[in-house]
Design a protein around this ligand. Structure first.
Ligand SMILES: [Zn+2]
Length: 350
């Protein structure tokens, strides 16, 4: 891996998904159906991945990703590849205690017969020398997106998923992925379970990995169910306070958080001092593009609690539901804002 470009100070990245081209899937839609089939779909996904990478690189993003161009949804696409889950047998459940969704059922022991994203990761690795980050769903969020008719225990099912995720993560690492990120929006909701077994399951999922590992905990995409929920959370969002102490003690290297335009008190970052932090400096729930100065100000606030060499400027969440030009504008703002603060840090050292 030593041929790779080293990460600069304040390396920028995105939390996850980026918009898909309109020839591949319906724009500005979650769970958007594919517009191509069979071999055309395989080629189309690869082409979209190339375009997404090119847009990230052109915007000056330092740690790049596939923009999740090959998946329909950040959780279900992974689960679709596993045995033990029946996608025909659907049940309506409340996801994250918030909104009803029709989800597949766990009908037997879950297992991974073959790699899910490893070929896509190899393809991305071939296209760039920059550090690459790959997102996987976290065990608790997977459990929360299913109806379990087999284990009848959220903890036991999460544990089984953690073992499967560890198999996938090890192969992603071997494919040249530099950072493996687990998306755990459920960590912002089920605090008792997070502390009882959620973080332990995550540590099982990263067991034996030598690459960097991250957990992404956000307030969700800018969809109505989430924005309505946020309105009920009051003037201070203190959810992170419930899980940070145990995360600070965990083996996870990086914690990815929502900060921009959120009501998260920035001083909560003190609870994870010593960890690397991906600070969300781009709001994904609005079409308004941040100015570089707004991004810079969020980063300056975070620097009071995060050492400069541990701060990774990022987005609050994925940008799949946004228009492409909006997402491009936000990537440019992220880079420009990070550049301002990088300059300030380097100037203050001289
Ligand atoms: Zn998110």
């Amino acid at each position: 891996m030593n041929t790779l470009i080293k990460k600069p100070l304040l390396p920028t990245s995105t939390a996850g998904s980026l918009p898909k081209p309109s020839w591949l899937a319906q724009p500005e839609t979650l769970w958007s159906p594919w517009k191509l089939q069979d071999h055309e779909l395989v080629d189309g996904k690869h082409d979209a991945l190339r375009v997404s990478l090119q847009e990230q690189q052109q915007a000056g993003v330092d740690i790049v990703s596939d923009g999740e161009q090959t998946r329909q949804h950040f959780v279900t696409t992974f689960i679709e590849h596993l045995d033990g889950v029946d996608f025909e047998q659907r049940k309506t459940v409340k996801i994250r205690d918030r909104y009803d969704a029709s989800v597949p059922s766990v009908v037997g022991p879950v297992s991974r017969q073959k790699p899910v994203f490893v070929d896509d990761a190899k393809f991305l690795r071939q296209q760039t020398n920059k550090p690459i980050k790959w997102a996987l769903p976290g065990p608790m969020t997977m459990v929360d997106t299913l109806y379990d008719d087999h284990y009848k225990s959220r903890e036991q099912l999460a544990w089984e998923f953690a073992k499967i995720l560890n198999q996938e993560a090890k192969e992603l690492e071997a494919a040249g992925v530099d950072i493996i990120q687990f998306d755990e929006p459920a960590f912002n909701v089920f605090f008792d379970e997070v502390n009882a077994w959620g973080i332990a399951c995550l540590e099982r999922a990263i067991e034996g990995l030598k690459c960097e590992t991250a957990v992404h905990i956000c307030y969700g995409y800018g969809i109505k169910a989430n924005t309505d929920w946020k309105k009920t959370l009051g003037s201070q969002w203190r959810q992170y306070e419930e899980v940070f102490p145990k995360l600070q003690q965990s083996n996870i290297d990086i914690i990815s958080l929502e900060c921009q335009n959120s009501r998260v008190p920035i001083e909560l970052l003190e609870l994870i001092r010593g960890k690397k932090v991906m600070v969300g400096a781009i709001d994904v729930a609005t079409d308004t593009i941040e100015t570089p100065e707004e991004v810079a100000e969020t980063l300056r606030q975070a620097l009071k609690y995060v050492d400069a060499d541990k701060l990774y400027p990022s987005t609050n969440c994925g940008m799949a539901p946004l228009a492409r030009e909006v997402a491009r504008g936000k990537l440019n703002a992220l880079s420009a804002g990070a550049a301002i603060v990088r300059q300030e840090l380097l100037a203050s050292k001289q």
